[in-house]
Design a protein around this ligand. Sequence first.
Ligand SMILES: Nc1ncnc2c1ncn2[C@@H]1O[C@H](COP(=O)(O)OP(=O)(O)OP(=O)(O)O)[C@@H](O)[C@H]1O
Ligand SMILES: [Mg+2]
Length: 266
Amino acid sequence: MASALQPLVSTCILLGPAGHANLGPVLMPHPESSPSPAPPVVEFEHVGLRYGVGPEVLRDLKLTLPPSSFHFLTGPSGAGKSSLLSLLYLSRMPSRGRLSIFGEDVAKADRRTLTLLRRRIGVVFQDFRLFDHLSVVDNASLPLRIAGRDPQESRTNVVELLDWVGLGGLLDARPPTLSGGQKQRLAIARAVVARPKLLLADEPTGNVDDQLAVRLLYLFEALHRMGTTVVIATHNMSLVERFAYPELRLDDGQITRLPAKAARLL
Ligand SMILES: Nc1ncnc2c1ncn2[C@@H]1O[C@H](COP(=O)(O)OP(=O)(O)OP(=O)(O)O)[C@@H](O)[C@H]1O
Ligand SMILES: [Mg+2]
């Protein structure tokens, strides 16, 4: 069976520098896609988050992210971007309000449901969170192992993906020997390798140059075109302008949804 990963890398190649190639014929349907209408991937209803007894860092958020949408998450340092993402990857629960992920009210979900939800989510953490004792290729393969896929069978595709992010020559290296930008690219490869239904990336291009940042964005764009819902927290406004997806702007704990930059200029 052809791996689900293969079209991801070939889609990136087709996207290339132009980024707007017609990809219709090369895209395989997502393993989980179905013709029936799907619920929103994310739904915030009056959600608030506070740490301990401190003030609310997120206040009364109301937001719906439909399947296959792509959003940038922006806002000044300390605005709450990482906090919002931590709600989405189910590391924290809202202090108030209702948060649904894939149609499940997270406050009512039992542990098994939360585990299954987490398996559908890929995360690029701001601080990478790699496993130092595992090689580059083993770190990148981890989500496939957790999903029960045969590591030998998927190795070729993992290597192809690592090649795409520029780590093809470092397959056996351990994370402590990598530069910040190399760690970041490994974290990205690990987040996308199992083609999650929801991809959350926290400042995923903060450690790489502009050219590489664009290349990595193609990877997220390729996933999005195959049906993944993507949320990317970033301070890099040139990427936000270049890729022209809508922006969720956080300020003082509240969110404003802005249309894609290009559309705003019309
Ligand atoms: N674990 C924590 N305990 C207490 N307060 C926290 C914690 N994590 C974040 N905060 C506070 O929540 C607010 C939002 O922080 P957060 O890290 O979400 O911002 P951010 O938008 O991701 O910032 P940056 O752009 O610098 O990454 C800040 O005031 C921060 O001090
Ligand atoms: Mg942050």
